[in-house]
Each structure stands twice: as structure tokens, then as C-alpha cells.
Design a protein around this ligand. Sequence first.
Ligand code: N01
Length: 540
Amino acid sequence: MADLDVVVVGAGFAGIYAVQAMRSAGLTVRAFEAGSGIGGTWFWNCYPGARCDVESTDYSYSFDPALEQEWTWSERYPAQPEVLRYLNYVADRYQLWPDIQLNTRVTACVWDASRREWTVLTDDGESRIARFCVMATGCLSAQHVPAIPGLETFRGEWFHTSRWPREGTDFAGQRVGLIGTGSTGIQIAPEIAADAERLYVFQRTANFAVPNRNRRITADEVTAIKAGYPVHRAMARESMLGVPVTGTGRSALSESPEALRKTYTERWEAGGGMPLLGSYTDLLISREANDTVADFIRERIRETVRDPGLARLLSPRAYPVGAKRLCQSDDYFAMFNQPNVTLVDVRSSPVVSAYPGGVRTATADYEVDALVFATGFDAVSGALTRIAVIGANGVSLRGAWAAGPRAYLGVAVAGFPNMFLVTGPGSPSVLSNMVLSIEQHVEFIRDLITHALSAGASSVEATGRATADWVAHVNDVAYATLFPCAESWYVGANIPGKPRVFTPYVGGVGPYRSRCDAVAAAGYEGFTLTTVGGLRWLFR
Ligand code: N01
């Protein structure tokens, strides 16, 4: 007899809503969270400058209109502490705490084929039996620290941004080395540069960044936002990115240079990456179209950075705009005009080792007192494969995904009955407004579980055939765009030895939701339901 209907692994945005949703469906549920607080990404990434690049109006739950009316965001783009306060407010408001166990890391999930239940092991030495597992492990939670020879000899302190000390750091008077210039590196660099005696930015790949134009939200805006939520959310659900973005509806290649400049300038001045990338229909499909916006951004970099040589090094050329996550910052490029900031090009002269006093590249030594790794994550699949998940026939998830992650609709894995992934590989996930995509997945999973239980099934599992078809579709859609043209974490390129598979579904939030709704309406097409006696219903 199971201890619980559902175990939820993780208590970030996904785990918190999973607890609320399962409980509301009358299921017994418990979430296990490794952190000493809830929040997932927003708990761990408490580095200086951490801020969401999706507007607060969108980056918030929509499942309860009362919650939307109660909570008031203070800024256009919420900073990490405010997002964390919001999540704690949600946990208080829905009294979720009794069903969330902190300081407890799930180490293994093992499927018992005869009892048709999961045994979930945690690092406190306990085990629980659950009928269903919901993996709310986060797409960007398994940190990646590159293997730099000699790091263990480094005399100073080193930090990964996603495990920042909760008590903070004081870099005043210090020489700091920052490795990594993705979204995180670009956010933290100006904060370090404001305190440190010297900041060395070790850049392997230059990144595109657009302004946030972050600001406080006025009282009048709050009133309008709250009144507009029903319409706004409905538009978001039908949109491509999970955020309503109004484009011109035209091809960039059909525009005059003047019209292009006008559109890009207006959107640049308004701030935000999505409105800029969404301005023309072909920016993420045609390299020629993409070059128009890439040239525009490179021009802004040249305008901002006084030293032309430095501006050139900071100007990305290796990939199309948006094929890597488009970064957002109001002060990153201008920071390079500060006399205490040095850009180190580790593309031409790679980091070879650390030594007690600093970092050695192929051509020079850099003396530093502290090192900051903003080197990203073993994204999407990493948090899942770091848990010993053993499914039917003793097959491990790590083994099943040896050639890359595969999941039906990004939500279920063939051979792993009664286990569901929230925003897993093959769903819009990281290429969408995560909160909206999380809600859609959690609701799909909740409805699938209740459907299976009301049908008297003991297990529900994605079929291999449906998975293969879906994975092929995810690939077809991705390779019709420019997304795979970058060496990015979207394809696993940042982790040495990780198989190259394009992970997110780029077909759009609205179309993806329609597909999931159609699957459900067809009696969960692509899933097999099994009763205790072994009778199977196969859909498709
Ligand atoms: O990680 P990344 P991140 N030597 O993988 C470099 C979300 N996010 O934490 O590009 C030298 O993007 C690596 O270089 P290269 C967002 O979705 C959101 O910044 O591989 N450099 C790269 O510059 C984002 O995309 C927000 O050549 C090395 C950097 O490290 C995702 O999280 C804020 C190296 C890693 O960049 C991940 O962003 C922050 C090495 N050995 C994050 N190894 C917001 O909402 C790696 N690098 C705003």
C-alpha cells in the first residue's frame, strides 16, 4: 500500500504548483526539496544582480484569479528576492508547507513492477512508496563547473552563481575573475565591477544583450495590469512564447532599411528581448533576416563601448541572435568603459589552469583573489539523470537517455510508468514563459493521473511509438529554424560528452497546448493504461 498518491521532486515554481494542484484533486502528495527553502532556481540563484528576464506580469501564476489580485509586483522585471517572496507567499496562502519537506534530496526512484508503485529514496535515509512521481526538478538546476586543472590549488574562494552564499559576498578591494558571459555572467558582472578593485571577465563567446529598461511599476499600471489579467493570460496561452508579443506580421527581408531601423529602435528603447525578436516573422528562420537585427545590436555595442577593439571583441558573430538565450542588461556593455574592468578573450587564448594565485590562460597569468563561475547548467535532462531513476525492467533513465533525452510531449518517458516530467525535454519549457508552461504541464499531469485512477488503471505510460513520433516532430520543427545554429545548452553543447539533441520544443506554446488538449480529448492518445491484473488499453 503506497504511503502517498504522488511524490513531487523539487519545490520551485513547478513543485509548488504540483503540490497545490494534486491536493486540490484530492490526492495525497509530498514534495521533497533539497534546499533549505522553497523556490528552486529562485532559491539557489541568489547572486547579486539576479533578475528575471520575463516581465513580472507574465512571470507569475495564473491558476487563481484571487492570487493575481492580491499580489502586487513592484518592478517590471522582478529581482530574485521579490520572486522568492512571491513563492513563499503562495506557499503560505495555500498552506502548502505541511506537504513540503525541505533539506531533503531525492537520490533514487525505483519502479516496482509487481506493486506498480515507485519507491522514492532520500538522502535522510528514508524511503516512501508512491503511486506517481512528478519530477519538478527544474530545467536549470544541475550546475556545471568546468573541469579546470589546478582549481583545487586556488588559494582564494570560488563560487558558482547558482550556489551563491546566502549571507552574500564582499568583493571590496579584491581582484575577481568571472568565467562565463551568458545571462548570468552578464547580470552579475556589473555588480562585481561596482565593488571589486578589478574585474577580469573571461569571455569565450560574446553574447547579444538588449536593455531591460527595468523600472518600478506605478500604482496606475498596477490597477490596469490587475484589471487586464483575464485577457492578458488568454493571449499568453495562445501565443508562441507564453507572453503576448505584438509583431509587425511582416518579413524583415520585405522591409526598407529605414523601416527596419525604426522598428528595432522603438523596441530597443522599450526594452526586452522578446519584443525585439518577435518584431518580424522570419528573424529566427532566415539567417539573412536575422543579420538585420544582429547588425543593429552590434551597432549599439559599438555606440556604447568607447574602445573600438573592445567593442569588436564584445560583438557576437558566431551565431544568430536568439539562437542562444538573448541576454538582457541595462549596464553590461557600458561597464567595459570602467577602468577597473578587463575583458580577457579566452576564445583566442583559452583558460588552461588555475594556480594558487589566479587563472592561467595559454598566454598570460591573471592574479585574482576570488573566482566566480557563471558557467551554466547541465540543462533540462541533467537534474533528472543525476537521480538514480530505475524504471520498468530495471532500465535506468540515464541508460534510456544515453543518446539524448526523449520524452513524449516532454512529459512522460516510455519505460517509466507513472512518472511525469514538468517542462521536460521536448516541451516549450526554456523557450517559453516557464511559469505558464509549468502550469500547463502540471494541469495536464493532474488530469492524466485522475483519468487513470478513475479508469481503474494502476499505471499509465507513454508508448515508444508516440514518443518516437513526438521526438521526430520536435526535431523537424527545430531544424526548420536557426536555433540549432549555436553551440548552446539548448543542444547540450556546453557539457563535454553530452549527446547533441535539441531539447526545447520551438513549435510554440499555443500550438503545443492545443496538441496536449487534443491528446487528452482523444482519451490520452499515445499513453497505455494498465490495470493491476495486467489488462492494457493502448491508445494509438
Ligand atoms: O549559463 P550559460 P547561464 N571556459 O550556459 C561559459 C537562464 N537564466 O547561467 O558560450 C570559459 O548560458 C560559456 O561560454 P560558451 C537563461 O535561460 C535566466 O548564464 O559556451 N567559459 C558561457 O559564456 C540562461 O540561458 C536569467 O563559449 C566557459 C557561460 O559560461 C540560462 O539560465 C538569468 C567555460 C555559460 O552560459 C543559463 O545561463 C540567468 C569554460 N570552460 C540565467 N564553460 C534571467 O532570467 C562555460 N563557459 C535573466
